[in-house]
Design a protein around this ligand. Structure first.
Ligand SMILES: CC(=O)N[C@H]1[C@@H](OP(=O)(O)OP(=O)(O)OC[C@H]2O[C@@H](n3ccc(=O)[nH]c3=O)[C@H](O)[C@@H]2O)O[C@H](CO)[C@@H](O)[C@@H]1O
Ligand SMILES: C=C(OP(=O)(O)O)C(=O)O
Length: 436
């Protein structure tokens, strides 16, 4: 079993470079299958397990896709197989983002229904309602959703009950090749939506208003391949911002885009963290004493749910009582139980979590219950007494490229070990990591 071992107590210093955004690259790769002429070349692609899964989804459809040196090339000119089986959707829910592109171009999509996951039930009803509004037939059965359209989809007015990121992306992609105009109201405004719209427009689409709550798409007859560079990952950047603050360090987060991180910057400043915008990134300097604060997760530009567990780790080190209200996912508190194993004093009351700080955290064996929880446990481990062992790394690998190496380069005592071949005892592990 692989695990990450962290020994707390080091201040982080130096520069860390941010990768391309996982949540931007996945829909962009899905959209690339709509091009019936020319290749797409996608740059700044992070080497993540999710990108490999999306590549496998496209390969299974018989698209010609290669991933090498942070660049993905896609040639989808020939007709494709319009199916994504459960083996992919099981690994990564974002596989459902191929439905919109498949029905837009081929009038058919059959994709395994995603189940719930550790953070909530995560239905896709809003995606499907959007396709139905555009004239598609939707049938759910035997663990699959099948969407069919006789001829082209028809432009429509779609109102989203909640500003779902995935539904906005799927409907926006489907609408690019529909007949007539589609309007998405109460659309999600995340930077990744804007990145996708920019790529679609480079492919020849006509999308206006991405980044606002109303997106208007004028359908076109064809799309072609295009070159695109993925935006920086604001959640990876935010995770390293917390790493700097929690260790009272001084780190330049190179490539981070401040405009994408306003809510996090403002919360961390409230907690006493010094944050400055520099030419090539964001500098974070941790204070001697962190202050407690309250926050609510919300759709963008509100505080991102994908930073909720990491900021909770910071609150454990802050003076006073902090309260987090999670409004996006109903069950995104699995990490609380793991933090408690490290001596944290946290109470869950419905959708609120009450965090008491500062707590002298103690290293423990903990499990990454989802990908951000994994990052948050590492962050807590950076300040804990002794050794923290984080298991279930498959989640972490979905969203972070070499987090261990990047933290080690900033001065953390951290190592990823594999004890499947030989039995590594607690003592030998600790001796090894003590030597770092
Ligand atoms: C690959 C990707 O980009 N993942 C991100 C995306 O996930 P994802 O696109 O799945 O998240 P959504 O924005 O769709 O979900 C937001 C809320 O809407 C609900 N909902 C969503 C769709 C639907 O058809 N019906 C419905 O009720 C969800 O259960 C959830 O409560 O946005 C989330 C919210 O910022 C992030 O945490 C994820 O990292
Ligand atoms: C929840 C996340 O991703 P996904 O939607 O891919 O599960 C995340 O990135 O924190």
């Amino acid at each position: 079993m692989e695990k990450i071992i962290v020994r707390g107590g080091r201040q982080l210093k130096g520069t860390v470079k941010i990768e391309g955004a996982k949540n931007a690259v996945l829909p962009v790769i899905a959209a690339s299958i709509m091009a019936n002429r020319g290749k797409s070349v996608i740059h700044n692609v992070p080497a993540l397990a999710d990108v490999v899964t999306m590549k496998d989804v496209l390969s299974n459809m018989k698209a010609n896709i290669h991933f090498h040196h942070n660049t993905v090339t896609v040639d989808a000119v020939k007709p494709l197989i319009t199916e994504a089986p459960f083996e992919y959707v099981r690994k990564m829910r974002a596989s459902v983002l191929v439905i919109g592109p498949m029905i837009a171009r081929f009038g058919h999509a059959k994709v395994a229904m995603p189940g719930g996951c550790a953070i909530g039930s995560r239905p896709i009803d809003l995606h499907l309602k959007g396709f139905e509004a555009m004239g598609a037939d939707v049938h759910v059965g035997n663990g699959y959703v099948e969407v069919k359209s006789e001829g082209r989809l028809q432009g429509a007015k779609v109102y989203l009950d909640v500003p779902s990121v995935g539904a906005t992306e799927n409907i926006m992609m489907a609408a690019t090749l529909a007949e007539g105009q589609t309007t998405i109201e109460n659309a999600a405004k995340e930077p990744e939506i804007v990145d996708l719209a920019n790529y679609l427009n480079k492919m020849g689409a006509n999308v206006v208003g991405a980044g606002t709550e109303t997106i208007v798409i004028e359908g076109v007859d064809n799309l072609h391949g295009a070159d695109h560079t993925i935006i920086p990952d604001r959640i990876e950047a935010g995770t390293f911002m917390v790493a700097a603050a929690i260790t009272k360090g001084n780190v330049l987060i190179k490539g981070a885009e401040p405009e994408h991180l306003r809510s996090l910057i403002s919360k961390m400043q409230e907690m006493g963290v010094r944050i400055t915008e520099e030419k090539d990134g964001i500098r974070v300097i941790g204070p001697k004493k962190l202050m407690a604060t309250d926050l609510k997760t919300l759709p963008h530009p509100g505080f991102p749910t994908d930073m909720q567990s990491q900021i909770m780790a910071l609150m454990l080190n802050a003076n006073g009582t902090s309260v987090i209200t999670e409004t996006v996912f109903e069950n995104r508190f699995m990490h609380v139980e793991e933090f408690r194993r490290m001596n944290a004093m946290i109470k869950i009351e419905g959708r609120n979590v009450i965090v008491e700080g500062p707590i002298a955290l103690e290293g423990a064996e903990v499990a990454a219950t989802d990908l951000r929880a994994g990052a948050a446990l590492i962050l807590a481990g950076l300040t804990a007494n002794g050794y923290t062992r984080v298991t279930e790394l498959k989640h972490l690998d979905r969203g972070y490229v070499n987090i261990t190496g990047k933290l080690a380069q900033l001065g953390a005592v951290i190592e990823r070990v594999n004890d499947s071949d030989e039995e590594i005892t607690f003592e030998s592990e600790t001796q090894k990591i003590s030597a770092l």
